[in-house]
Design a protein around this ligand. Structure first.
Ligand code: CO
Length: 134
């Protein structure tokens, strides 16, 4: 079921500072910031060749990463995203295996314009898992 690692997402309290660190200090290739109000985040992608790093800054009052940043004020790793061929088949397999799919269980359109789902971190050893259909 699992395909390649699409990205690792880092929640950051200050996107401009994180962009400067990844661009100027680490020499990364960065996308333009993209506001995703329906996901409550502004996102920048860092292309690291074999995968991407996704920098996430809260957007709006009800951002899903606000609570994470309260617990981790300096920022931290928020989720890993794996590619799947068929997200509905993956979801049905996971649910049948007892894993919890977050939200209403239906894929949403993610930052790349592709359907995504999130899996409960408690079912995957403390790491929030995103699946993206490619
Ligand atoms: Co993601």
């Amino acid at each position: 079921m699992l395909g390649r690692l699409n990205h690792v997402a880092l929640a950051v309290p200050d996107l401009a500072a994180a962009m400067a660190a990844y661009r100027d200090t680490l020499g990364g290739r960065l996308s333009e910031p993209q506001a995703l109000p329906e996901h409550g985040v502004t996102v920048v992608f860092v292309d690291v060749g074999n995968t991407k790093i996704e920098l996430l800054e809260p957007l709006g009052e009800t951002s899903p990463i606000a609570a994470f940043l309260e617990k981790n004020p300096a920022g931290g790793m928020h989720h890993v995203c794996y590619e799947v061929d068929d997200i509905l088949a993956a979801r049905d397999h996971l649910k049948a295996s007892g894993a919890r799919v977050l939200g209403d269980g239906n894929p949403k359109i993610g930052a790349h314009g592709k359907p995504v789902l999130f899996l409960h971190p408690k079912d995957f050893f403390g790491t929030l898992v995103e699946l993206e259909q490619v």
